[in-house]
Design a protein around this ligand. Structure first.
Ligand SMILES: NC(=O)c1ccc[n+]([C@@H]2O[C@H](COP(=O)([O-])OP(=O)(O)OC[C@H]3O[C@@H](n4cnc5c(N)ncnc54)[C@H](OP(=O)(O)O)[C@@H]3O)[C@@H](O)[C@H]2O)c1
Length: 324
């Protein structure tokens, strides 16, 4: 059972219009037809096959999770769909985020979008994202980005998504979408975790800029999952997070996740271990002090992932290098 302590006063607690369990921590996002409550925590599924995804989501939902994050390219939507079905939770009471890849023209996008629903065995998703501002090989410029976004809008307007957004997008790519969008860009899902809070002007300014546009900034890899063993463990049992955790009778992972949700940033930590899943949701009954928040934000470790230099955000750095 999770108990929920209110976060910073700036975060408005949505008491659900769309059916999340009462008190499930959430933030408002701009949906296709008005605001939607987006859960502040959910279960990630990247790198799981259908079998692993089904098992992880089944366990998570038995603990009380009501949000799952998947994607077309994870090739596990069938497993996620099976877990959702067998959970017995009513459709209105859980939130599904999925993604189609970038670099698709209208008809390819329409096909991919429908395939997501088919695999998930759902009539609609709560949040559909364009996963990357280009194809896997990095091709696809502004024209294709706009075409794919408009195909997503058309699909969402047909009732197949409650909200739509993007992932891995940098400012100029967001601006491409803004130049044609007739629906709100609800969310930009990007890598963000302790260690990236002062990650150079570009990355920091980017977060502030995204938020200034009314787009919710969502964290992926909140425990630095893909960062390599040493860096990843810094956010789980590293010195800084463990020391702060000790003061609250919490673990390092809980401190890493709390630093994000306390800023109103949704997290989707992945775990196949029931005890870890439980730990990752027990982050709403304590509050980091202002001083602890500042210390965690100032941490430069683990460093920004993937970028060309420590002053560039991993995603933005890479994306700017490879994509026209
Ligand atoms: N938009 C995108 O392109 C994108 C990219 C990356 C990720 N994502 C999404 O974000 C989700 C999360 O990111 P991620 O999968 O990269 O990794 P993550 O959530 O940052 O870290 C996952 C790793 O941490 C371990 N872990 C989790 N909780 C723990 C705990 N309490 N104690 C100890 N170890 C713990 C897990 O191992 P155990 O299983 O052993 O617990 C797993 O190895 C993904 O699954 C995916 O849904 C999106």
């Amino acid at each position: 059972m999770v108990s929920f302590l209110p976060l910073a006063a700036s975060i408005s607690f949505a008491l659900p219009a769309l059916g999340l369990p009462t008190g499930y921590p959430s933030v408002k996002i701009d949906g296709v037809s008005g605001q939607v409550d987006m859960p502040l925590f959910g279960i990630g599924t990247w790198e799981y096959n259908d079998t692993l995804a089904e098992a992880a989501v089944t366990t998570a939902f038995s603990l009380g999770y009501r949000h799952v994050d998947t994607a077309y390219i994870y090739e596990n939507q069938v497993g996620v769909g099976r877990a959702l079905k067998k959970s017995g939770v009513s459709r209105g009471d859980f939130f599904v985020t999925t993604k189609i890849f970038g670099g698709l023209n209208s008809s390819e996008a329409a096909k991919a979008l429908d395939k997501c629903l088919e695999d998930l065995q759902l009539d609609y998703v709560d949040l559909m994202l364009l996963h990357f501002p280009a194809s896997t090989s990095g091709t696809g410029g502004a024209a294709l980005r706009k075409e794919e976004w408009l195909a997503l809008e058309k699909w969402a307007k047909a009732g197949k998504a409650k909200a739509i957004g993007i992932s891995h997008y940098c400012k100029r790519q967001v601006e491409d979408i803004q130049s044609v969008a007739t629906l709100p860009i609800a969310v930009n899902q990007v890598q963000y975790h302790v260690g990236m809070g002062s990650a150079g002007d570009y990355a920091t300014d980017f977060k502030i800029w995204v938020q200034s546009q009314g787009i919710l900034f969502e964290s992926f890899s909140p425990l630095c999952g893909p960062c390599g063993h040493t860096d990843h463990m810094k956010l789980i049992n590293g010195r800084l997070v463990s020391k702060i955790g000790k003061a609250h009778n919490k673990t390092g992972s809980q401190v890493s996740l709390r630093w994000l949700v306390q800023q109103g940033i949704p997290v989707i930590p992945k775990s196949s271990v029931k005890e870890h899943q439980q730990e990752n949701m027990d982050i709403f009954d304590f509050e980091l002090t202002a001083e602890e928040m500042v210390t965690l934000t100032a941490s430069k470790s683990p460093p920004v992932g993937g970028g060309p230099s420590p002053t560039d955000s991993g995603d933005c750095g890479v994306v700017q290098q490879i994509i026209v």
